[in-house]
Design a binder for this molecule. Structure first.
Ligand SMILES: [Fe+2]
Ligand SMILES: [Fe+2]
Length: 288
């Protein structure tokens, strides 16, 4: 019997990572794999990176590794270098040291174990995720690229267990920034069964949000990160997306996404509201 824990989307949240590591200490797992997004959307990317490295956990890269590495390499559009909405990303990229950058740049796209394949988003890209909204055709399409019967992913920050013909998709959720209205740190343990199948146990670990908010303050992230840091903090409080809806809202209304617009945005968007519905109404009213 083999037990593998898969943790993902830590997003520079050290208190959440430490809570998961404490929980793992009692779980008798043989191995821990990391599904990407160690950094980005949070203040302690360097500490998280060094902790994962020192533990020797095999890890893959997520889209947020790519974003911050692009900043470090100057491969971003000029306007990202001074726009308020990108100040948090600039700060997070600068917070990584050269060792972190070198390590993150070498993370593979995917890791396989017997009967199990780990990717960050989908087998095709780390910038899109698999959720309840993913159609059956799209799902079956993924199987062309995957030999193993269990596909493990993350990126959406929403845990998911979905059986499809000949396979099982497991989204392990997010350690550091859940979006399913459950603020506990999320991960999953996979136990091998006779015949090569895997049994899945999703886990949720409570921790004190005040600890991560304190790091927001003491690290300088809150002060430097502008509107983005403010919205990320709200995302932690509500365990639901706010940053992307805000940026999308600003784009549709053609306003600059600054702190001055936040109140107006929150008049039309309630945390936890269906994003699909929000964007549908937004586009309808913008084109009316
Ligand atoms: Fe993520
Ligand atoms: Fe991601």
């Amino acid at each position: 019997m083999t037990r593998i824990a898969i943790i993902s989307d830590i997003h520079g949240n050290m208190p959440a990572l430490e809570a998961v590591l404490d929980d793992l200490a009692g779980q008798a797992v043989d191995e821990v794999l990391v599904g990407g997004d160690l950094v980005g959307r949070g203040p302690a990317g360097s500490k998280v990176t060094k902790r994962i490295r020192s533990l020797g956990f095999p890890a893959i890269g997520g889209n947020h590794e790519d974003y911050l590495l692009d900043f470090r390499r100057g491969k971003v559009p000029d306007e990202w270098l001074d726009a308020d909405e990108w100040s948090a990303a600039r700060w997070m990229a600068a917070e990584l040291d050269d060792d972190d950058v070198e390590y993150l740049a070498c993370l593979p796209f995917s890791i396989g174990r017997p009967g199990l394949r780990l990717v960050h988003g989908t087998p095709a890209t780390n910038r899109e995720g698999i959720g309840p909204w993913t159609g059956d055709d799209e799902m079956s399409g993924y199987w062309g690229a995957v030999e193993e019967p269990v596909l493990v992913c993350a990126h959406t920050h929403r845990p998911l267990l979905r059986e499809i013909e000949g396979g099982l998709v497991v989204n392990v959720g997010s350690v550091g920034l859940p979006f399913n209205r459950d603020r506990r740190a999320q991960y999953a343990i996979f136990t091998s069964q006779a015949g090569g199948a895997w049994r899945v146990e999703p886990r949720q670990v409570p921790y004190d949000l005040e600890e991560i908010f304190e790091i927001y303050e003491t690290s300088g992230f809150q002060a430097a990160g502008g509107i983005t840091a403010q919205l990320l903090r709200m995302e932690l409080e509500h365990s639901t997306p706010l940053l992307v809806p805000f940026l999308e809202w600003a784009k549709v209304l053609d306003v600059t996404p600054t702190a001055a617009q936040l109140e107006r945005f929150l008049e039309s968007f309630q945390p936890g509201q269906s994003l699909r519905e929000f964007f549908r109404r937004l586009r309808q009213s913008a084109s009316a």
